[in-house]
Design a protein around this ligand. Structure first.
Ligand code: NAD
Length: 256
């Protein structure tokens, strides 16, 4: 059980981050959920998790594209035994047409945010004598697809940084790992279907079958619950010597 531990999950008012927050709460951890918005719905999500699972749950607004706000999220959380860097965005375009502002935003949110939160959280983990850094990378942290230059660069970067954090904490009761999901049907994936239809001149059904799941031999989307379960496993005693590596949850994608 993760009772008495606090998990901070970036970008967690939707999709995989929310799924991980719920699995962490089920395992007994207090949770801090986050996004850049500050809506009633965001705070209601935290209240719902607290009510459903009998843990403390809070929503803290912070924009993961801004380094100082990444650090402020960890400071406001007050405790951070489990750090889950999950916030991420996607943009699909050929590299010579890739908008510069999208490139910068993807590198900031998908990669640099994890540097800032990790830098802020490690001293807390050291003081607590235990810690887990879990970076939500992607199959695109290990392999590439066309039209996703910024995303693939950022996710490979996250996998590299994960290894460095593991080495810097190797003699301490702290581990750092990356989970590499294949396709999970979340709002992020939903949103890239129209652009992919345009790039490949395909229907929605053709994109799902021939572009998205063509790389996923299981021919099934992975689920947010499976991502949460993998994160909870990485917090277990069985995983105490797992550090500096990646766990693919991708239906066989990276075996191809
Ligand atoms: P999603 O769009 O449902 O969730 C993204 C989350 O990040 C949302 O909660 C959003 O509010 C938050 N976010 C976006 N910009 C932010 C910012 N500036 N500051 C703070 N929060 C911000 O997408 P998802 O599919 O759940 O993606 C979550 C993570 O999983 C991402 O890092 C993504 O790259 C990764 N991933 C997803 C898939 C997939 O198939 N869905 C596959 C591999 C990796």
């Amino acid at each position: 059980t993760l009772q008495g531990k606090t998990a901070v999950i970036t970008g967690s008012n939707s999709g995989i981050g929310l799924g991980i927050a719920i699995e962490m709460a089920k395992a007994g951890a207090d949770v801090v959920i986050n996004s850049f918005t500050d809506r009633e719905d965001d705070h209601a999500l935290a209240a719902q998790i607290a009510a459903d699972h009998g843990v403390n749950a809070r929503y803290i607004q912070a924009d993961m594209s801004k380094g100082d706000q990444c650090r402020a999220l960890i400071e406001q959380a007050g405790a951070c035994d489990i750090l889950i860097n999950n916030a991420g965005i996607q943009h699909v375009a050929a590299i010579d047409e890739f908008p510069q502002d999208k490139w910068d935003a993807i590198i900031a949110i998908n990669m640099s945010s994890a540097y800032h939160t990790t830098a802020a959280a490690l001293p807390m983990m050291r003081a607590a004598g235990w810690g887990r850094v879990i970076n939500i990378a992607s199959a695109h942290g290990l392999t590439a697809s066309p039209y996703k230059s910024a995303y693939v660069a950022a996710k490979h970067g996250v996998v590299g940084m994960t290894k460095v954090v593991a080495l810097e904490t190797a003699r301490e009761p702290i581990t750092a790992n990356a989970i590499c999901p294949g396709y999970v049907l979340t709002p992020l994936v939903e949103a890239q279907i129209p652009d992919t239809m345009k790039e490949y001149n395909m229907s929605r059904e053709e994109v799902v079958e021939n572009v998205l799941l063509t790389r996923q031999p299981s021919k099934e989307f992975a689920t947010v619950e499976q991502m949460g379960g993998t994160a909870v496993f990485l917090c277990s005693d069985a995983a105490a010597q797992i550090t500096g590596t990646t766990i693919s949850v991708d239906g066989g994608w990276t075996a191809l």
